[in-house]
Write a protein that binds this ligand. Structure first.
Ligand code: XUL
Ligand code: CO
Length: 438
């Protein structure tokens, strides 16, 4: 078997003092934190598209990284080489999951029947590799945004024929996800949105998206898919307005169309920040609605207005992310590095540095989040802050045992209420710093 990353050995945990660039400084998979192994808290996944397909092409220039793996791009030999390289890569890093779009794993043919045949062939090969290595599929999805036929959307398209084509792709991607035992199936509505209301029937488009999702649930369940369906919210890019703007919008949509029992959310850090939220905000909104399923683990650049998909390096962000995930009781999905090397980081070694960075940043985030929880000052502060609802009239309000009239009478007898207690934000921020840097 050809080795694709022959200069790189298995990446091991060596501790924070190690100066070996090809080692983990914080990710120690067997270390137990809050009663669970690090690798169980952190089910890391490799995104097929960024890691094995994308070579750095941007609006102004072509690939800088060679992802041919010694084969002609667009051939089935290349598709197989990507499988070999991908599994070698995951094994060397100790990554236990992968995520894929249909067209990441095979080149799309002119005829969908031929594409589907290729998908059958490559998924047989992937399955073999999974059995040999123990690596698993986190989730699958269909790419319904790259091909020009999807320029007006997939579920939201104005063309019934394109809608049918999208349905066929979802059906096949679900088949492959089931075959590979995927934990989830993602809908990222890349082009499910619009550029101008002058040509768009928003109500009709949203209803059609829901119809496609309902049919996907019905079909998925009928072929033995027991995992979660996910919506991955994103406010914009490529479209100006995208229907799955953020977690709250997606939850409202899922409830409106009765999809909330089968769907959860796949929250991506950079999508949350594009929506004008923090990553932790969208995690919290998902969690309190019982909809936190999986995470696309990356980081944006707040100076730029687009999806930069960087490997996470901010320990502050990953601490807050892991704080939300631990509090939510963990993920049924995983942490998919939907992230890419910067264009000038173009060597195979850089692919390893990127994952080492991301995995270590999340490991540190986990360690620090656990300390914040064990420290207890934040939890105690929040509890105390709402303590006026623990007795008296406050208790009656939360027990739904009162009325507007009773509250009004209470207020009229009370006179003006005292100014509420301080939010102590700066104190709490200093608590976070003291836990982070001790
Ligand atoms: C695009 C994005 C996608 C989805 C899967 O912003 O995040 O790669 O994760 O289609
Ligand atoms: Co994503």
């Amino acid at each position: 078997m050809k080795e694709y990353f022959s200069d790189i050995q298995k990446i091991n945990y060596e501790g924070a003092e190690s100066k070996n660039p090809l080692s983990f400084k914080f990710y120690d998979p067997e270390r137990v934190i809050l009663g669970k192994k690090m690798k169980e808290h952190l089910p890391f996944a490799m995104a097929w598209w960024h890691n094995l397909c994308a070579g750095g092409t941007d609006m102004f220039g072509r690939d800088t990284a060679d992802k041919s793996f010694g084969c002609e791009k667009g051939s089935m030999a290349h598709a197989r080489a990507k499988v070999d390289a991908g599994f070698e890569f995951m094994q060397k890093l100790g990554i236990e999951y992968f995520c894929f779009h249909d067209v990441d794993i095979v080149p799309e043919a002119e005829d969908i029947n031929e594409t589907n045949r290729r998908l059958d062939e490559i998924s047989d090969y992937i399955l073999e590799k999974m059995e040999q290595t123990g690596i698993k599929c986190l989730w699958g999805t269909a790419n319904m945004f790259s091909n020009p036929r999807f320029m007006n959307g997939a579920g939201s398209t104005n063309s019934a024929d394109v809608y049918c084509f999208a349905a066929a792709q979802v059906k096949k991607a679900l088949d492959i996800t089931v075959k590979l035992g995927g934990r989830g199936y993602v809908f990222w509505g890349g082009r499910e949105g619009y550029e101008t209301l002058l040509n768009t029937d928003v109500k009709f488009e949203e209803e059609n998206i829901a119809r496609l999702m309902k049919m996907a649930v019905r079909y998925g369940r009928s072929v033995g898919f027991t995992g979660d369906f996910y919506i991955e919210p994103k406010p914009k890019e490529p479209m100006k307005h995208q229907y799955d703007f953020d977690a709250a919008t997606a939850i409202g949509f899922l409830r409106k169309y009765g999809l909330d029992k089968d769907f959860k959310l796949n929250i991506e850090a950079n999508h949350a920040t594009l929506a004008g939220h923090t990553f932790q905000h969208d995690l919290r909104i998902s969690a309190i609605n019982g909809m936190l399923g999986s995470v696309d683990a990356n980081q944006g650049d707040l100076l730029l207005g687009w999806d930069t998909d960087e490997f996470p390096y901010s320990v502050y962000e990953t601490t807050m992310c892991m704080y939300e995930i631990i509090k939510a009781g963990g993920l049924t999905g995983g942490l998919n590095f939907d992230a890419k090397n910067r264009r000038p980081s173009n060597t195979p070694e850089d692919m390893f540095h990127a994952f080492i960075l991301g995995m270590d940043t999340f490991a540190l985030g986990l360690i620090k989040a656990a300390r914040l929880i064990e420290d207890g000052r934040i939890d105690r502060f929040v509890k105390e802050r709402y303590s006026s609802f623990e007795s008296g009239i406050g208790r009656k309000i939360v027990n739904d045992e009162t009325s507007l009239e009773e509250l009004a009478t209470y207020a009229e007898n009370m006179g003006a209420p005292e100014i509420p207690s301080s939010g102590r934000q700066e104190y709490l921020e200093s608590v976070v710093n003291s836990v982070l840097f001790s």
